[in-house]
Design a protein around this ligand. Structure first.
Ligand SMILES: *Cc1c(COP(=O)(O)O)cnc(C)c1O
Length: 394
């Protein structure tokens, strides 16, 4: 063979001899078969032929997530936002339909949903689902979709998914839960009555901030049409991202347990320091939704989660920015779910696109700091945050 042929064919036969403990990353976007009938079947989804149709690493991750969610099926996407868009599209809401979404949820989700709703002339009704009037509001709105977040951002309110899903189903609405803040270990929304559960895998599931991704799980009748649509929209999760995310899944149960333990220890240390105001952690009896959290979160299995929020004792944005610059162990990063502790100034990050009045109404002050508690020693993190609070006030 000529070098030009050798360069293409040599070393291209995959090794098939043994079963590797660490599975391969299937980077090939294209596969071929010696048997033409097999290729023909693969193109119908019976095998791997083209990476936009089926991909082994994405499927391995989907199997793992479906198993953890107790779901019949799971479908993965290039990001949490693309997963949300696909979920919305799958519901085929029509002009005049009402979709109820969290007023106090993830800002980017709200921006996307506003845009999708206006394209389809669907009425978006913003609702604080932890408010006492939430059930009555559902009954009055007669929605086609109730979209919840397991734990809201950044104030960590915990809606009663069981009661809300039951009220929504009574009216024939679909119920979807973004459980990103809880991870599949911290809440099992399908067993609480939800039809669909979504995660940005970028956060706890990946756990190491090295891949974007999103997943949606539920019954086959809901997920398989989404998988079919994904062949055309092309926003399947890439092989490297799927591999890294599945690697994260392997330690997810242990990590969530530890993140929750560390968060509880940190919350108690901050509360007893007397240096923070309005500490919000669902695991503390002082949290307004503590009793609901005990019912709807998998507390026995993985505690109350790794997120908390608090206010600096005084000052405004300048003090908050000084706090961000003064932390030495924690990192001032606008994300969550990492093995490292991440701190965020909510008003300038996740709530950045809200007007000051909207933030005020949502209870997001300029002094509010959200903490994603990492796996460092929790007392060393407490000392770090407390010294940063002191420097912010100087
Ligand atoms: C991050 C996040 C998303 C969006 O996910 P990406 O992976 O960044 O696209 C959606 N919902 C919640 C609650 C999130 O925290």
């Amino acid at each position: 063979m000529k070098p030009s042929t050798l360069a293409i064919t040599a070393g291209s036969t995959p090794a098939r001899a043994a079963l590797p403990v660490a599975g391969p990353i299937h980077v090939s976007a294209v596969s071929y078969y010696d048997d033409a009938a097999e290729l023909d079947a693969a193109l119908d989804g019976g095998g791997y032929a083209y990476g936009r149709i089926r991909a082994p690493n994405a499927e391995s991750l989907e199997q793992a997530i479906a198993a953890l969610e107790g779901a019949e099926a799971c479908v993965s996407y290039a990001s949490g936002m693309s997963a949300l868009r696909a979920l919305w599209d799958s519901l085929a809401l029509r002009e005049g339909d009402v979709a109820m979404v969290p007023a106090d949820g993830y800002g980017a989700s709200l921006s996307l949903l506003k845009r999708l709703a206006s394209e389809r002339r669907v009425t978006l009704q913003l609702q604080r689902f932890t408010a006492p009037e939430a059930l009555a509001a559902i009954a009055a709105a007669k929605p086609k979709l109730v979209f919840l977040e397991s734990v809201t951002n950044p104030l960590l309110s915990v809606p009663d998914v069981t009661a809300l899903a039951s009220a929504a189903h009574h009216l024939g609405a679909a119920v979807a839960v973004d459980a990103t803040f809880s991870s599949p270990l911290g809440q099992r929304p399908l067993s609480l009555g939800a039809d669909l559960v979504l995660h940005s895998t970028t956060k706890w599931i990946n756990g190491h901030s090295d891949a974007l991704g999103g997943v949606v799980s539920g019954a086959k009748t809901r997920i398989e049409p989404m998988r079919a649509a994904r062949i055309l929209t092309g926003d399947i999760l890439g092989p490297f991202e799927a591999y890294l995310t599945l690697r994260g899944v392997r330690t997810l149960p242990l990590r969530m347990k530890a993140h929750s333990e560390h968060a509880l220890a940190l919350a108690k240390a901050l509360e007893s320091s007397g240096k923070v105001a309005n500490l919000r952690y669902p695991g503390l009896p002082s949290h307004p939704d503590h009793a609901v959290a005990r019912r709807v979160l998998e507390v026995e299995q993985s505690g109350f989660g790794g997120l908390m929020a608090f206010e600096l004792p005084k000052g405004g944005r300048a003090e908050a920015f000084r706090f961000l610059e003064a932390v030495k162990l924690a990192r001032p990063a606008p994300s969550l779910g990492d093995v490292a502790t991440l701190v965020m100034h909510a008003a300038s990050a996740s709530a950045r696109r809200m007007t000051p009045e909207e933030r005020e109404r949502a209870g997001i002050s300029e002094r509010l700091i959200r903490v994603s508690v990492g796996l460092e020693d929790p007392m060393e993190i407490a000392a770090d945050l407390l010294q940063a609070i002191d420097s912010s006030l100087r």
